[in-house]
Write a protein that binds this ligand. Structure first.
Ligand code: DX5
Ligand code: ZN
Length: 228
């Protein structure tokens, strides 16, 4: 079971002066995809990066790339992220604002040749977005308030992860991806998996000043019960 869990490093706390080397290090250490956090200073307070950095990661890595769009009006950005090589585009329910707009975004992202995924903030309940599950292959459950790396995982939100898994199972969506984003570390990753997550974002757990990225990824593999 835990072998089907994928790890997606977020580069938010990486050393951008050595980005290519850091990406090669995590790729060699056996991560599954890259999670790129795009912030527009409106949907969340900080400004992070845009298409140029995504293009640089695309050039440095053959891994799949997911862009996490923490932006207002995601429809204005999805075309340019498709053009620079994003495989999955994660938009926020709170940015879309309602079901109809979410459905339109799902269609538009697919038409651009990317896989759509829906991110939900801590305050957004399953009942709000449950109707979209049959149209999706991935939900990204935020276990922090988005905007910053290095926060603590809110363990109370693991119940929501379990509820999303139960809802997906009830719809026979057996290969459904539930991603946890925020605060995952070696000491809590297995609780995330037990709750039903099978894609784990790891930002400061991978890019920090205590370990090399390779050591950090190895520690996550060990915490998942894998030998490295
Ligand atoms: C925050 C981002 C996360 C963040 C995760 O808004 O969406 O992807 O980089 O960082 P950690 O793993 O440090 O919480
Ligand atoms: Zn993210």
């Amino acid at each position: 079971m835990k072998h089907s869990v994928r790890i997606a490093p977020s580069i938010l706390t990486a050393d951008f002066g050595q980005l290519t080397g850091q990406i090669h290090a995590v790729e060699a250490a056996g991560v599954d995809l890259m999670h790129l956090d795009v912030m527009d200073a409106h949907f969340v307070p900080p400004l992070s990066f845009g298409t140029e950095v995504v293009a640089a990661v695309r050039a440095a890595s053959s891994l799949p790339i997911e862009v996490h769009l923490m932006v207002e009006r995601p429809s204005e950005h999805i075309k340019s992220f498709a053009q620079v090589g994003a495989d999955t585009q994660i938009f926020h329910y709170e940015a879309a604002g309602d079901m109809k707009t979410s459905e339109m975004l799902i269609t538009q992202i697919r038409e651009l040749g990317c896989e759509p995924a829906l991110a939900v903030n801590p305050e957004t309940d399953l009942e709000t977005f449950e109707g979209l599950l049959p149209q999706l292959t991935q939900i990204t459950v935020m276990t922090i308030q988005p905007g910053w790396g290095g926060q603590n995982l809110r363990e109370d939100l693991l119940e929501k992860v379990s509820a999303v898994r139960a809802a997906a199972n009830a719809l026979n969506l057996n290969d459904f991806t539930i991603e946890i984003d925020g605060g995952v570390k070696a000491h809590n990753i297995s609780r995330c998996v037990d709750a039903g997550a099978n894609l784990i974002v790891a930002g400061s757990a991978v890019f920090n000043d205590q370990q090399t990225p390779a050591e950090a990824v190895a520690e996550l593999h060990v915490a998942l019960g894998r030998s490295t």
